[in-house]
Design a protein around this ligand. Structure first.
Ligand code: MBD
Ligand code: FE
Length: 255
């Protein structure tokens, strides 16, 4: 083998580290050959079904984030998940109204927040927002809604404040009819994530922050199948009659 310009030093290190820990794991678990073969067949089904991103984001991503960011200052990151889409509609005018159908089902939501820096106040942060609808579906992914429904991007004001008008997301059930569901139920887990909003923040000189917002009192907070809930990402939904209100502030980490 000749070394080429495509060599990535992280690859060998990661592979060797993986094998080292894999050996301990296998010594502990003592899988027999039939169990190994069943695993290979399941992994093949997983790949063929297109569920690899789903499976990894539900069962692996949280561990990546906890290992890397658990002692970092600023707002805790949470899962990107499999349903992020680039190039969502640019919303120009505050309050930023998420693209939605004329008869969009669900409770109306007014969400206010502020984005600052570990260094202090921060003006004009780019924010991307995506969420499920009142049927528990994400647009662009097996949903009858138009593409980019309940997805948008905007910029915070000179004080870092923003206001979004949307609908309240509902708990999300991951697909249960494929290999991810097969694993989920074989392990004895349920398939729900608590209701959440995905938000991604970008600002020059700061580490991009990908996180989620959750709501106090949600039935699935303690047992989120994807383990994405962080205490600091909880907000309270206040009932204002014809709409609900919620608020949360975010702190980006200066580089
Ligand atoms: C989701 O909506 C999600 O946010 C994650 C992390 C995994 C599966 C579905
Ligand atoms: Fe999600």
């Amino acid at each position: 083998m000749t070394k080429t310009s495509t060599t990535n030093p992280r690859v060998l290190g990661a592979y060797e580290g993986f094998v080292k820990h894999l050996k301990n794991f296998l010594d502990e678990q003592q899988f027999n050959h039939e169990e190994y073969t069943n695993f290979v067949k399941w992994a093949d089904r997983l790949g063929r079904s297109g569920e690899i991103p789903l499976f990894l984001d539900v069962f692996v991503e949280t561990h990546v984030l906890e290992s890397k960011y658990k002692d970092s200052p600023g707002t805790e990151p949470s899962l990107l998940g499999p349903y992020y889409e680039e190039n969502s509609p640019v919303l120009e005018k505050s309050p930023f109204v998420m693209p939605q159908r004329d008869d969009e089902p669900g409770d109306k939501l007014v969400f206010t927040g502020n984005v600052s820096s570990t260094n202090g106040p921060l003006a004009h942060t780019k924010v991307e927002w995506w969420q499920d609808d009142a049927d528990g579906l994400y647009s662009n992914y097996d949903s009858p809604a138009p593409d980019f429904n309940l997805r948008g991007q905007f910029v915070t004001d000179e004080n870092g404040d923003f206001e979004v008008h949307s609908i309240v997301p509902i708990p999300y059930q991951i697909p249960t009819d494929g290999p991810t569901g097969e694993f989920t139920f074989a392990a004895g887990y349920h398939a729900y994530r608590p209701a959440h909003i995905h938000i991604k923040f970008e600002h020059e000189g700061h580490e991009t922050l990908i996180t989620q917002v959750f709501f106090e009192g949600d039935k699935w907070l303690e047992t989120d199948v994807a383990g994405g809930v962080r205490e600091s990402l909880l907000t309270k939904l206040e009932d204002k009659g014809d709409h609900k209100e919620a608020s949360l502030n975010f702190v980006m980490r200066a580089e």
